[in-house]
Design a protein around this ligand. Structure first.
Ligand code: HEM
Length: 147
């Protein structure tokens, strides 16, 4: 997949993940799945914690996409240092965020950790947004050199 579409797909899945996180928090569903990394039913979903289960599935999908975008940025010959930095920072933030997700569950939704979880989510989104913009710039530049 071209790097710009990979980055765009990452941003869309990440946005949905953050939207879902906000819903979980506001609806008080944060401890419906009290275990980590899997919920009590293992990899299978259950009606009682479906939203939390989707949040974790989306987190795993986002993690895979963020890492794939970083690898693509290092393999792309036209990629400059900026996209390499933003995609690497996004990878650092997603790893931190997933680890923090475990701590949020372990500490039974400690308010400071939930606030940090939101804060890192925003930093992560910023890096993915910049990576997407840089990726579209690369594809535009390569189209212009072909004309
Ligand atoms: C990997 C990327 C992730 C992102 C971007 C993300 C993002 C978010 C956001 C934005 C919120 C809403 C916070 C708020 O409104 O204050 C949230 C809530 C939450 N997240 Fe995540 N999350 C991620 C991964 C995880 C993981 C892996 C877990 C657990 C295993 C997790 C557990 C939770 C829980 C329990 C809440 C609800 C907290 C509450 O009830 O107040 N998150 N997440």
């Amino acid at each position: 997949m071209a790097i710009q579409y990979l980055a765009l797909a990452t941003m869309i899945v990440l946005y949905s993940l953050m939207f879902l996180g906000g819903y979980i928090s506001a609806a008080g569903l944060g401890l419906t799945c009290p275990e980590w990394p899997l919920c009590p039913n293992g990899v299978m979903p259950s009606e009682e914690y479906l939203i939390e289960w989707i949040h974790r599935l989306a987190a795993a999908t986002t993690g895979t996409l963020v890492i794939a975008t970083m690898v693509a940025s290092f393999l792309n010959k036209r990629a400059d240092i900026k996209i390499k930095i933003t995609s690497t920072l996004a990878t650092v933030f997603i790893i931190t965020q997933i680890t923090l997700g475990a701590l949020v569950i372990d500490t039974k939704l400690h308010a400071v950790l939930v606030a940090i979880h939101l804060g890192i989510g925003i930093l992560l989104f910023s890096m993915v947004l910049l990576t997407t913009l840089f990726a579209f710039r690369i594809s535009k530049a390569s189209l212009e050199t072909k004309v």
